[in-house]
Design a protein around this ligand. Structure first.
Ligand SMILES: [Zn+2]
Ligand SMILES: [Zn+2]
Length: 442
């Protein structure tokens, strides 16, 4: 049984030694972006790396997810390190895929490289016999809840049940054998800080909306048509009219896009589609805003006599804070930076399905520096791989050691001091309760 400090020194040394390889992996993924539930090649790449490391794993979980695990010298809790496989779609990003517009504008490519670095550090350095429990490595699909039409199609075909990867992992029972989860997300706005805790994040509901009108000659006989685009525009204006009723403390965000505005310019649009998120800090705030959005959508249909089909799909749950787990991670982050370089972002108005995981087990999603540009913008890039990849890999590998060394005393303490709000069964039930489809004839 090696002392904890020796275990930590070994994993950090290995991460330093493997730096160029990890950066190469991050760059390869940057240049080969794949959006959620389509990350076939990215998944193959990490699967290959797991094979090279001798990590037993399975692929194709939740369509494209990869899960591997290794065991310590004795039994104990399971600690999971996650990395997200998916890109966004930002067609004018310098590293965008020319055919699909997919682009890594959220830094998930370095997350997979971090995951690899942590895995290599744990399995190549002889630390495992000194750990009590299992270390689980998950490359998880589809964190970004985009392309709702495509994912709703997969749900209809029975290939998916939820529209993000971690929710699907939970439902499939792939998180049942895990006690504690962590990941690290890159950030471009930390100032002088190198790491920061994310205290909470908005939850989200997703909408797929279809306005159905009647086509007719747009010049000759528009009076014989029903203009679905006009219905959609009135609906979006009506959504905007709700904004003054959203309370600041609820941090509600509603941001619809029109994904189809018509078929041909000389025909009255008869099939117009909208996708939207409805985000908020708490479940009641999200549900209240969601009902207002539904009302606005009906109003658009009512105004022109169109029909509207509103599909509501559960998205991600709000993120829950776990101070005990963060304090373990924080201690390790300090050891490679300094007290002054560790911050706290407070509440964030974006959403992530790590929120779902945090509803059922201790899970953290701190952010690290090293990116530049605007998140989800065409200029978001990793500018410092030491900060964005090597540092967080070390912080997570050392946190695994803290949790599972010395008979897993650290993990046991985290578990004793953490109170996840729900069981897995309660989580699945509450998510399933959000599915809704209504058709309204205006
Ligand atoms: Zn993102
Ligand atoms: Zn992200």
């Amino acid at each position: 049984m090696l002392p904890k400090e020796e275990l930590k020194a070994r994993v950090c040394r290995e991460i330093d030694n493997g730096k160029e390889e990890a950066i190469g992996l991050a760059r390869t993924i940057l240049d080969n972006p794949e959006a959620g539930f389509l990350e076939v090649n990215t998944a193959k790449l990490i699967s290959l790396k797991f094979t090279e490391l001798g990590i037993p794993h399975r692929s194709g979980i939740g369509l494209t997810g990869v899960k591997g695990a290794v065991s310590g010298g004795s039994s104990g809790p399971s600690v999971c390190v996650m990395g997200e496989l998916d890109s966004l779609i930002i067609a004018d990003h310098p590293h965008a895929d020319k055919a699909t517009g997919a682009a890594h504008a959220c830094g998930h490519n370095v997350q997979i490289a971090m995951l690899y670095s942590v895995a290599a550090a744990i399995v190549k350095t002889g630390v495992l016999p000194s750990l009590a429990g299992r270390v689980v490595f998950i490359a998880v699909p589809a964190e970004e809840g985009i392309e709702i039409e495509y994912r709703y199609g997969l749900i209809k075909q029975g290939k998916l049940h939820y529209c993000t990867g971690k929710a699907e992992f939970i439902r499939l029972g792939e998180m049942d054998d895990i006690d504690i989860a962590m990941m690290t997300h890159t950030s471009a706005d930390l100032g002088n800080q190198k790491f920061a805790a994310v205290e909470s994040m908005n939850g989200v509901i997703r909408k797929r909306v279809r306005f159905i009108g009647k086509s007719a000659h747009a010049g000759g006989q528009p009076h014989k048509g029903i203009n679905a685009l006009n219905a959609a525009m009135i609906a979006i204006t009506a959504i905007n009219a709700q904004r003054e009723t959203f309370q600041d403390a609820d941090t509600v965000r509603v941001h619809p896009i029109i994904t189809k505005g018509g078929d041909a310019v000389n025909a009255v649009p008869a099939d117009v589609r909208i996708e939207s998120y409805v985000r908020g800090k708490t479940a009641p705030a999200i549900l209240d805003a969601n009902e207002k959005v539904n009302r606005a959508l009906r109003a658009g249909a009512m105004a022109v006599g169109a029909k509207v089909n509103i599909v509501t799909i559960p998205g991600s749950m709000p993120l829950v804070a776990y101070p005990q787990l963060w304090s373990t991670y924080r201690g390790n982050a300090v050891s490679i930076t300094s007290q002054q370089e560790i911050g706290n972002t407070g509440h964030r108005t974006g959403s992530s399905d790590i929120g779902d995981v945090s509803q059922i087990m201790p899970a953290i999603h701190p952010v690290c520096a090293g990116a530049s540009g605007t998140p989800h913008g065409n200029n978001y890039l990793i500018k410092d791989y030491q900060l964005a990849l090597i540092n967080p890999a070390k912080a997570m590998a050392m946190t695994v050691i803290d949790l599972l060394a010395d008979g897993a005393i650290g993990a046991k303490e985290v578990l004793a001091k953490s109170r996840p709000p729900m069981t897995k069964e309660q989580y699945v039930k509450s998510l399933d309760g959000l599915f809704a489809e209504e058709e309204y004839q205006g």
